[in-house]
Ligand binder design. Structure first.
Ligand SMILES: C[S@@+](CC[C@H](N)C(=O)[O-])C[C@H]1O[C@@H](n2cnc3c(N)ncnc32)[C@H](O)[C@@H]1O
Length: 333
């Protein structure tokens, strides 16, 4: 997504965006079809707002159909254009992209990828990125005033993201951002964005019932530890149990969303087990969650038909390089 932002909006994008990986600020656009062109353009770049004297730049270069195609040679020329910088100290990521001979240069405002919120340190098997869990909640159109159940919660990513959304906690709260090290950083503007985040949190409504379950006790222990770090362990009801024993949350709150990321398998020998697991999820969902909606992240659409035929595609993505779909639909009464 490309857009024009004020400084305050740039800071807010870093603090509030739940699905983004990083926010880049475009600092230059030029044409170069030779190293002489590149060096000329690099000499005209003003790094003063972005790089403090003791900070070096790490250039990440990608090219497509360009006369200059040697990514490392391009990065080396750009590094040389900065003059001598200390090595081994703080680094600023600079993303350079060339399509044909058109170059864009952007500084990274985020630092560590934004899905690294800081709380997910314990992981169970095949954890989702926090940003993917947030994207699933949004694409499944979860209303944060209604209950949320993840019956195969693993390290708890979906339930914890839901609890953070419901309690009005900004995605990036408490973690540092690269933009805070820029010479042009405006601490007063950052403080006002943080104050806005604090206000949203203070004004958040009472969270709905959020239930996280897994049959693996170790997974539930990891999930609880993550939720503790995220400050929402008490917002979530925790249970250890198999999908076949799943019941709705203890406190009522009307129909909500059953949102989960079941195991995907991969070995042919496990295919029958997986079919049974998906069919059990479908049966339990229909029998005990009538009137709710379901959202499942699956890697095989044929398996998803075991849950319920006719679920519709809400999101298509490739976590970890494997194609996956979020399928959603109502659970009839
Ligand atoms: C792909 S992982 C979920 C990962 C999770 N979304 C996360 O971000 O960490 C699938 C989980 O389903 C659990 N599971 C498998 N079969 C189950 C069953 N029959 N009942 C309940 N949980 C089950 C596994 O223990 C595993 O933690």
């Amino acid at each position: 997504v490309t857009c024009r932002l004020t400084t305050r909006q740039l800071y807010a994008a870093n603090l509030f965006l739940r699905c983004a990986t990083r926010v880049l600020v475009r600092v230059a656009r030029f044409e170069a079809s030779s190293f002489a062109d590149l060096e000329g353009a690099a000499a005209g770049l003003d790094w003063a707002p972005w790089l403090a004297p003791g900070v070096s730049a790490r250039f990440r270069v990608t090219t497509r159909r360009s006369r200059l195609w040697h990514d490392k040679a391009i990065a080396d020329r750009l590094t040389e254009s900065l003059g001598s910088r200390p090595t081994g100290g703080a680094e600023q990521l600079v993303v350079v992209r060339a399509v044909g001979n058109r170059f864009t240069v952007s500084v990274d405002a985020s630092g560590a990828p934004l899905h690294e919120r800081g709380w997910r340190q314990a992981t169970a098997r095949a954890p989702l990125r926090e940003s993917v869990a947030a994207g699933m909640l949004a694409a499944a159109r979860w209303d944060p005033a209604t209950p949320l159940v993840d019956p195969m919660c693993g390290s708890g990513t979906i339930a914890i993201e839901a609890a953070l959304v419901a309690t009005g906690v900004a995605a990036g709260s408490g973690r540092p951002m690269a933009l805070q090290s820029w010479p042009c950083y405006e601490p007063g503007t950052w403080a006002s964005v943080v104050a806005e985040a604090d206000r949203r949190r203070a004004e958040a409504a009472e969270p709905p019932p959020i239930l996280a379950v897994d049959r693996d006790d170790g997974a539930v222990t990891s999930a609880r530890a993550n939720a503790e770090r995220a400050g929402v362990v008490g917002v979530i009801e925790w249970r250890t149990g198999a999908i076949s024993d799943l019941l709705p949350p203890s406190s009522s709150g009307g129909p909500g969303l059953l949102l989960t990321n079941p195991p995907w398998g991969g070995r042919l020998s496990a295919a029958g087990d997986l079919r049974n697991l998906y069919a059990t999820l479908g049966r339990v969902a229909r029998e005990r969650f009538a009137g709710w909606r379901i959202g499942v992240l699956v890697a095989e659409r044929a398996l998803a038909r075991q849950i319920r035929p006719g679920l519709s595609e809400a999101l298509r993505l490739e976590p970890g390089g494997r194609r996956a779909w979020l399928l959603t639909g109502p659970l009839g009464r």
